[in-house]
Write a protein that binds this ligand. Structure first.
Ligand SMILES: [Zn+2]
Length: 230
């Protein structure tokens, strides 16, 4: 249920895979009544709906835990940010993943005179991360995610939202998990300094339960209304 708050903004979530970007991003977006633009979900939807297309072929590399080419992922994300629903604000997660992508995003948003306002950096220790990632179940149909221990579905192996059978995503298997963490350290961590230098970064402790983390997320994006023109 959206609270339709007028305090919406343009926000990016950063953090290693498993830090809870999707969950927290989704909560903040519903709280504000703006779209949650999750690049991973957008890319997976294209794989399902436009199979055989050149775009799908360029995206296929994520199955191996690698990064999709900048130009491809940019095209997909910017299409979503151009939609009328995203004009009031948006919560972006999974993009940007590198300094190059951050520059692409900065260019795109400044051309539209809608610069980013806040970047929320979720902080979590490696051990907690691996524990979260290795129990994750995802719904191939609607994208909902669960955890075998911490957030199990009501019926084992079945999605609460749509009734589809849940699966362990290929990139949540142990090998790809290590690849994703390595890529994060190499390519995405430098983004923290990129946004810190621009005064946009607010770091949030992402360990502990989901509701507590969300309180911290809200508190760290709480000053936003002052900088808003809406
Ligand atoms: Zn589902």
């Amino acid at each position: 249920m959206s609270e339709g708050s007028s305090r919406a903004g343009r926000v990016v979530f950063l953090g290693p895979p498993g830090a809870g970007k999707g969950t927290q991003g989704n909560r903040l977006a519903s709280f504000w009544g703006v779209p949650h633009v999750a690049s991973g979900d957008l890319l997976r939807r294209i794989l399902q709906n436009r199979e055989g297309s050149a775009l799908a072929a360029a995206i296929r590399v994520i199955d191996k835990g690698s990064l999709v080419p900048d130009e491809t992922v940019g095209q997909v994300v910017f299409e979503a940010l151009d939609l009328p629903g995203a004009q009031r604000g948006f919560v972006l997660d999974g993009y940007p993943r590198s300094v190059d992508q951050a520059r692409d995003l900065e260019r795109y948003l400044s051309e539209r005179r809608r610069p980013l306002q806040v970047v929320i950096g979720l902080r979590i220790g490696e051990a907690a991360l691996i524990a979260r990632l290795s129990g994750r179940l995802t719904c191939p149909n609607c994208g909902a995610s669960y955890h075998v221990m911490k957030d199990p579905p009501q019926t084992a192996g079945v999605c609460d939202q749509c009734g589809n059978v849940l699966a362990v995503r290929e990139d949540d298997q142990p090998g790809p998990i290590r690849t994703r963490l390595m890529l994060y350290h190499q390519k995405t961590e430098p983004l923290l300094s990129f946004y810190r230098e621009r005064g946009m970064l607010r770091e949030v402790d992402a360990e502990g339960d989901e509701a507590k983390v969300f309180e911290r997320v809200l508190a760290s994006s709480g000053g936003l209304e002052k900088s808003l023109i809406y």
